[in-house]
Design a protein around this ligand. Structure first.
Ligand code: IMP
Length: 431
């Protein structure tokens, strides 16, 4: 298969970065199609740790083209910082190594200021956003007042739009949010530098991808966040402001319908989420704390401790169906070593009624109780395990049950943070 999308099927942080990095070895082009620097992929390559927020994880393979598609919202300052860091380590240096859609919208400093001031005002009812201005940037896009990278070409008209936007945002920040306004002068000067540095990367990336497909190139679409953070199908309003489904690759990168060969869903072997919102399988006991520490479950984007829960098969079915998943990659199985028994949520229960599927609109999800199956745990370390046969029998049983309940075959199993700590069952690019 030549065109593959990798998407998160929980609340983000499923370990997509590592899987994308692995699959990127077989791809020619790796594409981001939604979200912004609220995403963060942690990758360990040759013992060195990299955190990528905007540039696709293909960046760590020389000779690949990394593309940021039109469906993303991009903080140009964060992007430049990331490009500089990658280049300092010898990555992203080739002429065609990076392309930025001129149709993508920019996240401006006023978006971050609004995001943070709103969250502060919401207090106990806050969404728990990353505070990076993602929601306000998408709002401007839909309101047709956003700034696209294409607008940078004519800098005079860009400046006029920027000043108009800033006047509006400052009025809102001051009058409604009681927050400090931003200065126009500094921002215009900074944007001049942004323009100079980013113009060489800007392209019609949809056209580039079309030609690449025609030429038989292999393309990997890298989803950000996870299905439960999807603006439509997630736990609204505790979601992000974009569609996180594989379907978003079409509108978010200009991929024509029918041109995606396979979707790989990524789940952790347990569940995590950051920020507020319902979480049926959340573990409030010491096991949660233990998994947080063993799994280093602290947000890569914000450093916040992640909430921890058991694997939720109801949620997995919901997400895998929405994404039309061909296979499931299950990450961080090693983190469960020593937890005995391990639990899998197979259904929800509320007021004596059992729900085998996600409630419509996710209404009442904060009030359900998980119905869990208990399976024996395993105690042997998974370090160095590269095949299903080498796994302890209890770990194999756990995986089989997850595949059964999810209705999708397992394609990869993560047994550690490093690239090579993976059991590869089927690689979509080699099928
Ligand atoms: P926003 O995307 O910054 O607006 O945040 C909205 C919600 O999505 C918050 O609960 C964030 O913690 C969550 N979120 C956004 N991006 C990610 C991610 O990449 N991983 C996990 N949670 C995320």
């Amino acid at each position: 298969m030549n065109t593959v999308a990798v998407v998160g099927t929980q609340w983000g942080d499923e370990g997509k970065g590592k899987i994308v990095d692995l699959l990127a070895a077989d791809a020619d082009i790796v594409v981001r199609f939604q979200g912004g620097n609220n995403a963060a992929h942690t990758l360990v390559v040759n013992g060195q740790k990299f955190i990528l927020r905007l540039v696709p994880a293909g960046a760590l393979h020389p000779g690949k083209t990394c593309v940021i598609g039109n469906g993303t919202v991009v903080d140009p300052f964060a992007l430049l910082e990331e490009i500089d860091t990658l280049r300092a380590s010898g990555f992203l240096t080739g002429e065609d190594s990076f392309k930025l859609s001129c149709d993508a919208h920019m996240v401006m400093p006023y978006h971050g200021a609004i995001d943070r001031a709103r969250e502060a005002r919401l207090g106990r009812n806050a969404i728990g956003t990353t505070g990076f201005g993602i929601g306000p940037a998408y709002e401007d896009k839909v309101a047709r007042s956003g700034l696209r990278f294409a607008d940078l070409v004519d800098f005079r008209s860009f400046t006029a739009k920027l000043e108009r936007n800033l006047a509006d945002k400052n009025a809102y920040l001051k009058a409604v949010l009681k927050a400090k306004p931003l200065k126009a002068g500094d921002l215009v000067a900074q944007m001049k530098t942004v323009r100079k540095r980013l113009l060489p990367f800007m392209a019609d990336t949809a056209a580039l991808l079309y030609s690449a497909q025609q030429a038989g190139k292999r393309i990997l679409f890298e989803g950000a966040h996870g299905t439960m953070l999807d603006i439509d199908y997630g736990t609204y309003p505790y979601v992000t402001s974009s569609s996180c489904l594989a379907a978003a690759a079409h509108a978010g990168a200009g991929l024509p319908p029918g041109r995606l060969d396979a979707v790989l869903g990524i789940s952790k072997a347990y569940t995590t989420r950051v920020g507020g919102g319902p979480f049926p399988t959340e573990i409030k006991s010491g096991i949660g704390k233990r998994l947080r520490e063993e799994g280093d479950e602290f947000g890569s984007a914000t450093g916040r401790p992640r909430r921890i829960g058991w694997f939720d098969a109801v949620l997995a079915r919901h997400a895998l169906r929405l994404n039309g998943a061909w296979g499931l990659a299950l990450t961080k199985l090693d983190v469960l070593t020593g937890i005995d028994p391990v639990k899998i949520c197979v259904a929800y229960e509320r007021g004596g009624q059992r729900f085998d599927e996600m409630p419509p609109g996710r209404v009442g999800l904060d009030k359900v109780r998980p119905v869990c199956e208990e399976l024996p745990g395993w105690h042997q370390s998974l370090q160095g395990v590269r095949s299903l046969e080498e796994l302890p029998a209890a770990a194999r049983r756990y995986l089989e049950r997850i595949a059964e309940l999810s209705g999708v075959p397992l394609a990869m199993i993560g047994t550690g943070a490093a690239r090579e700590a993976t059991i590869m069952i089927s690689n979509p690019f080699r099928c």
